[in-house]
Design a protein around this ligand. Structure first.
Ligand SMILES: [Mn+2]
Length: 329
């Protein structure tokens, strides 16, 4: 695949560790990955963004791409529950990490938008590993730049992320308000769903903003009571209503602290591991699905590395769902 010469300069190659278990019958993601510079095309492209400068609390998620990849590439490419095998008729590449500017949030966002806009043009579905949640803004803008009509967004998160923020500053708490109010082709509130919002973590002021705008907020409590299938069906109906594409943004703090302690603001009562994996399966296999970002995994705050493993499982599930969406399983 070919990206612009100026774009190639913004991508940094990442090291590839060796195989853990030398069983010739095990096929790991590492075994099926292709080099994007040599491949004609790919179905999915991993992109790391090692950037956490916009986190308002505990930092550390700039090390998320490295930590998640070290678990991700050793994942077996078959999952018995969904019965999807990625080893045939499916191509995954890794574009490496975007060369961020650690002391400049807005310039980093510009770079991310630029690189991902170019990557979308190759026909690849990007899977972004962050990095903080401010990055959802350029991630989703890149998709908006590549579709004629509207984009729907499902955000799985403990927090609403529609802050005005102190001093009006851009942060990991502001991306969706920016998309609705600042993007040249704004995200329509009716196509935006907040899923898994939970805990004593949000202000009433911002919940009122969502209600006034007509944003559907589905708290984790509602997910636990109604079941993940029903709420995701509703979320997809809304995000897909009159849109050309759906982007899935996941803040790992939408998942319970039991499964995802390694993040800035761990969340008691969030989604279970089953619920997040099922949500990713259902959303990723929807015909309009066009990209995922998985953000806020901070290995330095983790316990036994489980949050990186959770993140890696989420990405594998999205790959499986993408193969199904493409009608190849
Ligand atoms: Mn968030």
């Amino acid at each position: 695949m070919q990206l612009g010469k100026d774009i190639e300069k913004l991508l940094i190659d990442v090291p590839q560790p060796g195989k853990w278990v030398p069983d010739e019958y095990d096929v790991s993601l590492k075994d099926i990955m292709v080099d994007w510079r040599k491949a004609d095309k790919a179905d999915v492209g991993i992109v790391g963004i090692p950037f956490d400068t916009a986190v308002m609390g505990r930092r550390g998620c700039r090390f998320g791409p490295e930590s998640i990849r070290s678990s991700l590439i050793f994942s077996d490419v078959y999952e018995p529950g969904i019965d999807v095998d990625l080893s045939k008729d499916f191509t995954v590449t890794d574009f490496g990490n975007i060369d961020v500017m650690l002391t400049d949030v807005l310039k980093t966002h510009e770079r991310v938008e630029k690189v991902l806009t170019d990557i979308y043009k190759t026909g690849v579905t990007p899977v972004v590993i962050g990095g903080d949640h401010s990055l959802a803004y350029p991630d989703i803008k890149a998709l908006m730049n590549n579709v004629k009509g509207d984009v729907g967004v499902i955000n799985i998160d403990g927090h609403l992320d529609v802050r005005i923020s102190h001093h009006g500053e851009v942060s990991s708490g502001t991306p969706f308000r920016r998309l609705m109010e600042e993007a040249p082709k704004p995200l329509k509130p009716k196509n935006f769903v907040e899923l898994g919002i939970n805990g004593w973590l949000n202000s009433r002021f911002y919940m009122d903003y969502c209600r006034e705008k007509g944003i559907r907020v589905i708290p984790a409590r509602e997910v636990h009571k109604r079941g993940i299938e029903k709420v995701v069906e509703e979320a997809l109906d809304r995000a897909g209503d009159g849109t050309d594409a759906i982007f899935l943004s996941i803040d790992i703090d939408g998942v319970s602290l039991a499964y995802a302690p390694g993040t800035c603001a761990p969340n008691a009562g969030g989604l279970t591991d089953y619920q997040i994996l099922e949500a990713v399966w259902l959303i990723g296999s929807h015909p309009l699905s066009r990209g995922l970002d998985l953000l806020e995994v901070a290995p330095s705050l983790d316990a036994a590395g489980v949050t990186s493993i959770m993140g890696s499982a989420i990405i594998m599930q999205y790959l499986g769902a993408t193969k199904k969406r493409l009608g190849r399983s």
